[in-house]
Design a protein around this ligand. Structure first.
Ligand code: G6P
Length: 619
């Protein structure tokens, strides 16, 4: 949801900023813009559409005014105002001496805009951001904060409502870039004689791995020498330094046409890294646990809250947590959770799952839960993001940076982490003996190899994807843990191939969806193990024969050696035999490959599906 980057150093700022934007483009790609401080002037260029459009525009107008060594840039996911040139960031004040880029939403912008218009300011865009440019410009020009850029920004921040990260530059201040943070993420990168600010570390990872995570309501000033941080009142504030544990190669395509294809292949590593270090001396451990075992024993109900693919990982978690702990588990879309008055108290555990750790719906669900005294455990892929910061316990997935907008390796890592949460609860509550916990963990530890086996079938699955690329719609069916897998398979196809796709609980088919079956309609069926869930297996075989009899083209994901299902499968994709609860870790993978290949054959950008953004920091 909007990527922002700022730089002060010794290199040409334009190159640094454009490189940073390239790595942040997953956050939004409705428009892009840059501002560079050069010889007492402020050069700004911005363009609707992808970063490539901005670069083409810079080539067209020439890069003459852009030779300075401080500047900033923005890649946008539109909220206020259509994605057109004049709504693209940076926005400037009337004097065109100051520029602002912004991630988030200023909720009181209508009142601020009215105030500016009443004072005779002519606004040139439909955005909330432009109001900030004028307000900071005015504060810098006259009054108490005149000539003091950080103080001017602080004064304006105190008036803003909503979630925002802002970066501000002024033509009179070529040696500093100033930024503010409330809720939306912001990190500082510390190099030799150069300093960065960005929405995430990928923007500067090629220059430095030393970073600082800003806290809530803080303003940072970066210079060539380093940084200073205050709160919105100007008081010195505490920040969290950290070293990034991955490097540039992890954020690059590594010979793949798309990041997503690389990320699908990285899944065995993502799983292994997520499990690593969490089982020692016969015990499961989390990363940060500010909850005692006694508090975990007192839990009498679990809610899982998340959005998108993370929500589907939560649906899988329900089966495992209920089975292992005997605790009731409800899984809820984060955007619905706090608006229906859920029954929460200090004996409720809320598991908040988020790759980015900044999804606004999930963050607000966490805040609501904590406000009701519930305990919150975050499952997150981003170190120090807002959701883990506000939670009582944290388990990090170690999927590494995920750039493809459609989640793959982060999803699989979430599923694995959720199993660890289930085992940690079972261990604390004594619903599993230590040797049983150990057995389950070792079964999990074998999953990276099982996923590797599935990946060996990539070419077979891609060939099928190419055949299906003309389909009008695809249905996905599953039962038990295969049901969330069906939902995830359908979501992948919708978001990547813009194809009508629906996931159904196979047993529900006869209650309505069977009416959709017509000659040649592809139906993907996720089979349970014939040994693990024999009853479900035979029921699903009946479901397949019902749809096959009505002309559907059946594509069956089944365990190796499952001969019973073979006659009912027009296409069979075999996955290795694994314990029942762990099946989503293998059966999701073919569906990811299928969706990516269908999208590719239809000529779509697999990494950047239309209208989507990787992390959505508005409700
Ligand atoms: C967006 C992304 C999805 C993701 C969801 C939740 O909608 O496009 O891929 O699953 O947000 O994101 P989170 O960062 O909270 O896991």
């Amino acid at each position: 949801m909007c990527g922002i980057v700022g730089y002060v150093g010794h290199r040409p700022a334009l190159d640094v900023v454009l490189d940073g934007l390239r790595r942040l483009e997953y956050r939004g790609y409705d428009s892009a813009g840059v501002a560079v401080l050069d010889g007492g002037g402020l050069a700004v260029e911005r363009k609707a559409g992808r970063l490539a459009n901005l670069e083409a525009r810079l080539d067209e107008v020439g890069r003459d005014g852009f030779a300075g060594t401080s500047g900033m840039g923005h890649t946008r996911w539109a909220t206020h105002g259509a994605p057109i040139d004049r709504n693209s960031h940076p926005h400037r004040d009337t004097a065109e001496r100051l520029a602002v880029v912004h991630n988030g939403i200023i909720e009181n912008f209508a009142a601020l805009r009215a105030e500016l218009e009443a004072a005779g300011v002519e606004l040139t865009s439909d955005t909330d951001t432009e109001t900030v440019a004028h307000l900071v410009g005015q504060a810098y020009a006259a009054g108490e904060t005149a000539g003091d850029l950080p103080a001017s920004l602080r004064a304006v921040c105190r008036r803003l409502e909503g979630a925002f990260t802002l970066v501000v530059t002024h033509a009179d201040e070529p040696d500093q870039v100033v930024a503010a943070r409330r809720s939306s993420p912001l990190v500082v990168g510390l190099g030799e004689g150069e300093t960065f600010v960005a929405s995430d570390v990928s923007a500067f990872i090629e220059h430095t791995r030393e970073a600082v995570e800003l806290g809530q309501d803080q303003v940072v000033v970066i210079t060539r020498e380093g940084y200073t941080v205050t709160d919105f009142d100007g008081e010195p504030a505490e920040v969290k330094p950290f070293t990034v544990d991955w490097d540039l190669s992890a954020a690059e395509k590594g010979g793949h046409e798309y990041f997503m294809l690389k990320e699908i292949e990285e899944q065995p590593t993502a799983l292994a890294d997520t499990l690593r270090g969490h089982f020692a001396d016969g015990r499961i451990t989390l990363d940060e646990q500010r909850l005692s075992d006694q508090e975990l024993r007192d839990i009498d109900k679990v809610f899982v809250v998340a959005c998108g693919s993370a929500y589907h990982s939560g649906l899988v978690a329900k089966y495992a947590i209920e089975h292992w702990t005997r605790l009731p588990v409800e899984v809820e879309l984060a955007s619905e959770f706090r608006y229906r008055d859920p029954v929460l108290d200090r004996a409720t555990l809320v598991v908040a799952i988020s790759q980015s750790g900044e999804t606004a719906d999930t963050l607000e669900a966490v805040r609501h839960a904590r406000g009701q005294k519930a305990r919150v455990l975050a499952v997150c892929n981003t170190n120090g993001a807002q959701i883990p910061r506000e939670s009582d316990a944290v388990l990090y997935t170690h999927a590494g940076p995920e750039i493809g907008v459609a989640s793959t390796k982060a999803f699989l890592a979430q599923v694995a982490a959720n199993y660890l949460v289930g085992l940690a609860l079972a261990q604390a509550r004594g619903t599993k003996y230590p040797d049983e916990v150990a057995r389950e963990f070792h079964a999990l530890a074998a999953m990276p190899d099982a996923v590797r086996t599935v990946l060996e079938r990539t070419e077979q699955i891609k060939a099928l994807g190419r055949e299906l690329s003309d389909a009008k719609a695809v249905l996905f069916l599953g039962r038990h843990v295969g049901y969330p897998v069906a939902l995830e398979g359908a979501l992948k196809l919708k978001e990547l191939a813009y194809m009508h796709a629906e996931g159904f609980a196979a047993g529900e088919l006869k209650h309505g969806p069977i009416a959709l079956i017509e000659e040649g309609l592809p139906v993907v069926v996720v089979m349970p193990s014939p040994k693990g869930r024999a009853v479900l297996h035979s029921k699903l075989v009946s479901n397949i024969s019902e749809i096959q009899a009505r002309g559907a083209r059946t594509i069956v994901i089944a365990e190796e050696g499952d001969e019973t299902v073979r006659p009912f499968a027009d296409e069979l994709i075999e996955v290795p035999a694994v314990p029942t609860l762990l099946q989503p870790l293998v059966s999701t993978v073919p569906l990811q490959i299928l969706a990516a290949e269908i999208a590719r054959s239809r000529g779509y950008d697999v990494d950047k599906p239309r209208n989507l953004a990787k992390s959505v920091t508005v409700e």
